[in-house]
Design a protein around this ligand. Structure first.
Ligand SMILES: *Cc1c(COP(=O)(O)O)cnc(C)c1O
Length: 413
């Protein structure tokens, strides 16, 4: 019989390179493979699973809604969209929200809103609007979005790209000031760069950017698809600096680890540039997405998941630091959004992840030779202790290999 892995290889596209494990079940912070082995999930599906796998409350919201009313399109009103948008606006302090499905679509929506706002409200000359983004950004995979990327592989072979984007160094507010022109519509930024390698900018950066944007009538749009919804120990990562953006994108954990749900949220005058027929999505704002999204927001608050991230994040980071591994050059992050960078001449993050899998921990590397730790926010201290033990063992074994005393690196799968 053909294995699930072979089936993906035969019938799929090779745009991912999964670790060789076939997952069949999830519960809380745990995942099980097709041989009954249990793994601790230290990745949380790129932060899409903050509530834990198959959270009963979210599964109930999903199944009850699915049994009552599924997709009807935005051609009609439903009783689920309004309450979801209201809750999202109340929690984030923004005036209005536009529902999409994926993070990339929320970002595309933000880009369209910013451009139209620049023409309709700011008075930028037709066709001249510019959007500033950062080196090392990750905002998704559409053609416009990869056109903004500084990562060659994301763009290679996919051009030509839309015009009207500029890039500046991340973490440098002076570079933003220098890049702003009378044509600038918006500055799009991740408060902490996720796929870029869990990069935390210097404290005060975001507040300085917000001030510059206000002074120059430029929209500050925070992409919190990954950093938002409690991951960093606040509902939004921009709250760490007391910043309220003009536009905001949410996704990933908004779907409760069950369905794709994303939002573009904004000030009223920004959202008001959209008129009927301007923009849309067949599945955006469908009742199942809204029911799960609303429950995901409520349970984040009710279950104290934001506070848990604030408390357990430093606990995990301290535990990793206390390992004192000579392979590790940096441990950084905020809340349960942590990157462990390795000296590239000593170890690859990919090899660490393969070895961690063998010891029952699942995660993946990210940019710049960084091992990502972004577990579901329901993880406990004991589970963190166990994870840190195993990570310590793994790093220890790899250190032995370097010293010529251990088994060689596992061959790539
Ligand atoms: C993952 C991510 C996206 C894209 O989300 P998709 O749902 O994969 O389209 C956008 N922005 C940030 C910051 C992300 O981490």
């Amino acid at each position: 019989m053909t294995s699930p892995i072979e089936l993906e290889e035969i019938y799929g596209a090779a745009n991912y390179e999964p670790l060789p494990v076939v997952l069949v079940r999830g519960e809380g912070v745990y995942l099980w493979d097709d041989e009954g082995r249990r793994y601790l999930d230290m990745m949380g599906a790129y932060s899409a699973v903050s509530h834990g796998h198959c959270h009963p409350r979210l599964v109930r919201a999903l199944t009850e809604q699915a049994a009552r009313l599924g997709v009807v399109s935005r051609a009609f009103y439903t009783d689920s969209l309004g309450p979801f948008l209201k809750r999202a606006c109340e929690l984030t302090g923004l005036d209005a929200a536009l529902p999409m499905n994926t993070g990339a679509e929320a970002v595309e929506t933000a880009l369209k809103a910013a451009r139209k706002w620049a023409y309709a409200v700011k008075g930028v000359a037709p066709g001249k609007a510019e959007i500033i983004a950062c080196d090392g950004n990750f905002h998704g995979r559409t053609i416009a979005i990869v056109g903004m990327s500084s990562h060659d592989q994301y763009k290679d072979g996919f051009g030509p790209f839309p015009q009207g984007f500029r890039r500046i160094p991340f973490g440098d507010a002076e570079a933003l000031e220098a890049a702003i022109t009378p044509h600038t519509a918006a500055f799009l930024v991740e408060p902490i760069q996720g796929e870029g390698g869990i990069v935390v900018p210097p404290y005060g950066y975001l507040a300085a950017c917000a001030e510059l944007c206000r002074r120059h009538d430029v929209l500050l749009i925070c992409d919190e698809v990954q950093s938002g919804l409690g991951r960093t120990g606040k509902l939004l990562a921009c709250e760490h600096e007391g910043v309220r953006p003009d536009g905001l994108t949410l996704g990933k954990a908004l779907g409760g680890g069950l369905v794709p749900v994303s939002l573009f949220l904004a000030r009223r005058d920004v959202m008001d540039v959209f008129t009927p027929g301007d923009h849309g999505s067949t599945f955006g704002g469908n009742p199942i997405a809204c029911a799960v999204g609303l429950e995901a927001l409520d349970s984040l608050i009710d279950e104290g998941l934001i506070e848990a991230a604030a408390e357990l994040g430093p606990y995990l980071a301290d535990g990793l630091r206390a390992l004192g591994s000579p392979l590790v050059s940096d441990i950084r992050g905020r809340g349960l959004f942590i990157g462990m960078e390795l000296y590239p001449e000593m170890a690859t993050a990919a090899d660490v992840c393969r070895r961690l899998m063998a010891s029952g921990i699942l995660t993946r590397e990210t940019n710049r030779n960084v091992v990502r730790f972004a577990p579901p926010l329901v993880i406990t201290r004991e589970e963190i202790d166990r994870a840190v033990d195993r990570i310590g063992q793994t790093l220890g074994e790899m250190g032995e290999v370097l010293a010529g005393r251990g088994t060689p690196a596992l061959a790539p799968a």
